[in-house]
Design a protein around this ligand. Structure first.
Ligand code: NAD
Ligand code: MG
Length: 389
């Protein structure tokens, strides 16, 4: 890669954030770190900021400001806190921004980075699910380059390789099926958070790991794909592929199908987004197909994984429903992780929030956030009634 590029990472302490820093560290001359952010771990954030020579470090949760400031004392690195500080950091104008905050909390800084018109690598799928149209409009307005980091969408982006969407017959989004692929509904009723966060192939943050177990992750990814690659949700299919070696496929109108393969290591799609349109060396294991031996595929089961049906319905209905789906799911997943509700309650709560929602289609980000807040309120009420049962 040529000139040094400035980089900001939102969600720097997380799974995707630290994988991004791992790659950057290997090419110190190629990158200069501008802003690093986290929610609430000022010590870990300060350590990363020192190590990578960041200009600014931001904690979203203001109660951690003093700890962050103290941890950075004498380093010359600016400490900041709060939601506005996150947006301000996104406006510093980094050449390349990684959006890796988990949840709709990432929406405001991701949009601010997009409005800067540079390159935004998007891992934070929840913000695109909630505000997809508005976000894609902002990309068109600002001329920003939005590079998908979610492994499936990164795979689709690579398989498209600049082709016309009009020539695409079908996009096939692969899914591992998660840790409960073989379980009956009955068995799923009693799984614990510890069992659910143990993904068979990927090491990820807690929230996305639970989403993989319910398969809501694939539902969110369906909606995400619908915005990034607008060919109509009916042309986007989900295929269970337990080995997570093929990260997705694109079928063209001539019935030629392209797939992208690689080890299940997020540093591969992140490296793709970091070096795009070039390639960079990565420390990842190359694919050894002879050792893998076989690749399996099966149709997804919406009866055992109702989140797939709910997400498709919300995506097809559009309007505020994807934001409601996402917000209700965020609340229900947090309640499950806290041991307050059962695994099957997650999709049940999302379904009830969707069926009760009466708002109109949001025309502004403020209206998206209103739909998000009202769905969170309803989902909290439902989790409370499950808990006190
Ligand atoms: P994680 O939980 O490991 O990290 C999340 C990061 O966001 C942390 O730095 C945390 O401090 C920060 N954060 C959390 N809540 C916040 C808030 N309210 N305000 C500001 N910052 C906050 O999550 P992750 O697994 O790295 O996932 C990040 C995003 O990337 C998610 O949207 C996820 O769906 C997506 N993604 C992750 C993977 C993966 O392999 N981990 C793969 C594909 C997509
Ligand atoms: Mg994915």
């Amino acid at each position: 890669m040529a000139a040094t590029r400035s980089i900001s990472i939102f969600g720097a302490t997380g799974s995707v954030g630290t994988s991004t820093l791992d790659l950057i560290e290997r090419e110190p001359d190629a990158f200069r770190v501008l802003a690093l952010t986290a929610n609430s771990d000022p010590v870990a954030l300060a350590e990363l900021a020192r190590k990578h020579g960041a200009q600014v470090a931001v904690v979203a949760d203001e109660t951690h400001y003093a700890a962050l400031r103290d941890a950075l004392a004498g380093t010359g690195i600016e400490a900041a806190a709060g939601e506005q500080a996150l947006v301000d950091a996104a406006r510093l104008g980094a050449d390349w921004t990684m959006a890796a905050i988990v949840g709709c909390a990432g929406l405001a800084p991701t949009l601010a980075a997009i409005e800067g018109g540079k390159t935004v690598a998007l891992a934070n799928k929840e913000s695109l699910v909630s505000a997809g149209q508005l976000m894609m409009d902002a990309v068109a307005r600002s001329g920003a380059t939005l590079l998908p980091v979610d492994s499936e969408h990164n795979a689709i982006f690579q398989c498209l390789a600049g082709s016309e969407l009009a020539d695409v017959r079908r996009i096939i989004l692969t899914a591992s099926g998660g840790p409960f692929r073989m379980l009956s509904i009955n068995e799923m009723g009693s799984v614990t958070p510890a069992q659910a966060v143990k993904h068979p192939n990927w090491s990820m943050g807690a929230k996305i790991s639970i989403d993989s177990a319910t398969m809501m992750n694939k539902g969110l990814e369906l909606i995400e794909a619908g915005h990034l690659f607008p060919i109509g949700l009916e042309k986007i299919e989900i295929l269970v592929h337990p080995q997570s070696v093929i990260h997705s496929l694109v079928e063209y109108r001539d019935c030629s199908t392209l797939a992208q393969l690689g080890a299940p290591d997020m540093r591969i799609p992140i490296a793709h987004a970091l070096a795009w349109p070039r390639r960079m060396a990565s420390p990842c294991a190359p694919l050894d197909l002879a050792t893998i031996g076989r690749l399996d595929f099966e149709a997804p089961d919406e009866a055992r994984f109702p989140a797939l049906r709910l997400a498709r319905q919300a995506g097809e209905a559009g309007g505020a429903l994807p934001a409601v789906l996402n917000a209700a799911n965020e609340v229900a997943v947090a309640a499950f992780l806290a041991g307050e509700i059962g695994f099957l309650d997650i999709a049940a709560i999302v379904e009830r929030c969707l069926s009760r929602y009466r708002g109109s289609a949001p025309a502004t980000i403020a209206e998206v956030m209103d739909a998000d807040a009202s769905a969170r309120h309803e989902a909290r009420r439902l989790t409370e009634s499950v808990r006190t049962g």
